[in-house]
Design a protein around this ligand. Structure first.
Ligand code: PSU
Ligand code: MN
Length: 302
């Protein structure tokens, strides 16, 4: 493993001492946000975690290594995203063996976190079961990773471009707990409610206790922790639905398939909603980083 895994000295020192560490993904940087705004975000989201008293660990695949904890230069590479691919579980070995630079998704960030010994990860939204999956079979590898890998993912739920009820059915089938921070509603990224419920409304202390208990019992897999977008940044559900329907229609016309689907839909939504959705995206990600740090701190105490 040491031939492949490269944990930054700061993150390794924190893990050795049992200090709270929060993982961050890089697909959100390389394929989810424009350059150079993503550079500011990549630093600020790490500062939010530090501000709470935890250590951030952004992940990526660079130079044939699985990187956990990036330098400012490495963050810049991921933000510029020149020739940077989107790496899910199936792509990991090929990227490592060929030395290609890859951005980690939720699935691969969970993998790298578990390899390094990090238990809590903050992101924007998870992948899920796509609308029309009964025909396309397009189900994100994020869900399979949640079924198998012992990392908690703090997110603002899932974008309603996905089929949220089917996504939650999949998680239930695979035994993945879905918690809500101070809410009974599973959030829909830009919106605080999706129309679906979480399994359990919790505060950060309870979330940490549930994680400890699940893993003490040897129960395999991760946990989804839904943290709704702050009210002042919430967007209108029906407005977003119109934009999403247009994006789905356009993806169909352009014959977009496979791993390109999610980045295509995200880019389309961003263009259609101008800066408004981007501002919300930033704020919900900061909010998730804050709560993930608080949960990591509570977990470190247990
Ligand atoms: N959903 C978002 N923003 C994102 C992603 C999903 O609202 O940036 C990214 C994440 O990295 C997630 C990946 O893990 O897309 C899922 O891609 P796919 O649907 O191809 O599994
Ligand atoms: Mn897919």
């Amino acid at each position: 493993m040491h031939n492949y895994l490269s944990v930054s000295p700061e993150v390794q020192a924190a893990l050795d001492k049992g200090l709270p560490v929060v993982a961050l993904e890089s697909t959100i940087l390389s394929h989810g946000m424009p350059y150079p705004e993503n550079v500011e975000f990549s630093h600020k989201v790490e500062e939010v975690i530090r501000g709470e008293g935890a250590i951030p660990a952004t992940t990526a695949i660079i130079g044939g290594k699985l990187k956990v904890g990036l330098t400012p230069q490495e963050l810049e590479i991921m933000c510029k995203a020149d020739g940077v691919g989107k790496v899910s579980r199936r792509d990991v070995a090929a990227y490592l063996a060929t030395g290609k630079t890859g951005a980690t998704t939720v699935a691969t960030t969970m993998m790298l976190s578990e390899m390094a010994g990090i238990r809590v990860f903050a992101t924007g939204g998870i992948g899920g079961v796509h609308r029309g999956a009964e025909v396309t079979m397009d189900v994100s590898a994020d869900l399979e990773e949640l079924a198998n890998t012992g990392v908690a993912v703090v997110c603002a739920g899932a974008k309603s471009l996905l089929d949220i009820p089917k996504t939650l059915e999949y998680l239930e089938t695979h035994g993945v707990p879905v918690l809500g921070i101070d809410t009974e509603d599973f959030p829909a990224f830009y919106c605080r409610k999706s129309g679906c419920k979480v399994d359990c409304k919790v505060n950060v202390k309870e979330a940490a206790a549930i994680l400890k208990t699940k893993w003490d019992l040897g129960l395999k897999g991760g946990v989804v922790i839904g943290n709704p977008i702050p009210q002042e940044y919430e967007l209108d559900f029906d407005d977003m639905e119109k934009v999403i329907l247009k994006a789905l229609d356009s993806a169909k016309k352009d014959n977009i398939r496979g791993k390109d689907t999610t980045p295509y839909l995200l880019a389309h939504i961003k263009d259609c909603t101008k800066g408004v959705s981007f501002a919300s995206n930033l704020q919900l990600a900061y909010n998730n980083a804050r709560v993930a740090a608080q949960i990591a701190i509570e977990l470190a105490k247990l």
